[in-house]
Design a protein around this ligand. Structure first.
Ligand code: UDP
Length: 423
């Protein structure tokens, strides 16, 4: 074993990192896990990602990328189980995970859990394996509940998040804002919080030829394209963006492309479509459905601006992806957008989140787009430090720091003892 090689158990109980991006439970968190694991693997660490098996077929252990395996664990009834209903099956998940781990004689130096459900399982792993537990919640229940939109997050989630922040070794936050929220809402220990941002895959997300991208998507050269990319969750504010478009009807050939969602049968889709019809915008709004991650650079490259109208975001990966493709971003002040957008240069930050403010932001930035003042290369360069390579290196440093602190004189692969099988 190489000297600084770490063995990492990455937990993603409710959502497979290899699921279909842009659908209900599969978005930024899945990208985060697959990209971070891939890069950690490339840097020589060993990563096992544990996720619940939510379909019958397939191997239990699947190689995902170099040094990275995806391990499917059966818990609860087969098939999809919604997030909250998964809670009673978490103990079984941990037991099955332990069964696999002992059968395969796998040991870990670190457990890194994602989302509150995995945080609960991570806490058991920390206790039984005697290894540091890193948790990243991705979103916080208490933050979501600050917005009276959609159904409120249950008290069980908030209580679990609070407990996990107390028991874990390191709480990861994606932004300074999230660090503040963790201390203010959960009374989390400031010294335990480590801020490590998300990254972007610069090989995939790069400026493509504008004409070719438009040709491929059937977009005419004289159209002005506003782009939305993401899940169709009410907290994403897509309704506000559609409404904003109705204030921009003096712009000729302005079209909004809405990418993402679970298809035309869902309540979210129907309500957005109804809004579009009520505003008479059928000819200006196109719902594309979900688009494969590998095809998204064509959309970013063909668009004039990405618009992020969210009420709240933990990071806002799509903003970073657009900038990496050289496309400006108009956004509310959410997630990492204030850090990564240079307002008036690489996009525009709107102060208020109502449709009129969004429309004003788009309007104010339009001349820059129309008059060709923007350099796609400069926009991309403005975020060049956000590579997954750097994120993974920072994460590995943090892991090593925590392991060396818990086990002075630590030799990798020996931090955890094989525990007695119990939950
Ligand atoms: N995404 C995708 N196809 C789609 C819609 C979204 O691949 O049709 C990806 C998008 O590229 C991004 C992720 O899903 O990487 C969404 O992450 P973000 O942080 O913006 O939102 P979250 O889902 O975490 O709320």
């Amino acid at each position: 074993m190489k000297s600084n090689q770490l063995r990492i158990a990455m937990l993603s109980v409710h959502s497979s990192p290899l699921g279909e991006l842009g659908t209900k439970d599969t978005g930024g968190m899945s990208v985060y896990i697959r990209e971070l694991a891939r890069e950690l693997g490339k840097q020589g660490h060993l990563v096992d990602i544990y996720t619940r098996q939510n379909n019958a077929a397939g191997e239990q252990c699947v190689p995902a990328s170099k040094n990275v395996s995806l391990i499917h664990i059966e818990a609860g009834t087969s098939g999809y189980i919604d997030k909250l209903s998964l809670y009673p099956h978490l103990a079984e998940f941990f037991q099955q995970m332990e069964r696999f781990r002992m059968r395969e004689n796998r040991r870990y130096d670190i457990v890194h859990s994602n989302y509150w459900l995995s945080g609960k399982v991570g806490a058991w792993a920390q206790m039984h394996w005697h290894v540091p537990h890193f948790v990243l919640f991705h979103t916080l229940g208490a933050v979501k509940n600050m917005f009276p939109i959609g159904s409120p997050e249950p008290e069980l989630r908030i209580a679990t998040e609070k407990t996990v922040t107390k028991t874990c070794s390191v709480i990861l936050a994606e932004t300074e804002r999230e660090r503040r929220q963790l201390t203010e809402l959960y009374d989390a220990d400031l010294d335990k919080i480590k801020v490590i941002p998300c990254g972007v895959n610069f090989d995939r997300f790069r400026p493509l030829d504008w004409n070719q991208a438009r040709g491929r998507l059937g977009i005419h050269a004289n159209e002005r394209i506003l782009l939305y990319v993401g899940r169709l969750d009410p907290l994403k504010g897509v309704d506000r963006l559609i409404t904003a478009l109705s204030f921009l009807d003096h712009h000729q050939n302005l079209r909004l492309l809405i990418v993402g969602g679970d298809g035309s049968e869902t309540a979210e889709f129907r309500s957005l479509q109804e809004l579009t019809q009520n505003l008479g915008l059928e000819n200006s709004v196109t719902f594309t459905g979900r688009v494969d991650h590998n095809d998204l650079p064509h959309y970013y490259s063909a668009a004039d601006m990405l618009v992020l109208p969210s009420h709240t975001e933990s990071f806002g990966l799509v903003g970073l992806e657009a900038l990496a493709c050289g496309t400006p971003v108009i956004s509310t002040r959410v997630g990492a957008m204030e850090q990564i957008i240079r307002s008036n240069e690489t996009g525009y930050l709107v102060n208020s989140a109502d449709p009129r403010s969004l429309a004003e932001g788009i309007e104010l930035f339009m001349p820059q787009v129309r008059d060709g003042f923007l350099s796609r290369a400069a926009i991309r360069n403005s975020v060049i430090e956000y590579s997954w390579e750097k994120v993974a290196a920072a994460m590995a440093d943090a892991y090593l720091g925590a392991v060396s602190c818990a086990y002075p004189g630590f030799v990798t692969g020996t931090a955890g003892r094989l525990p007695a099988f119990a939950v």
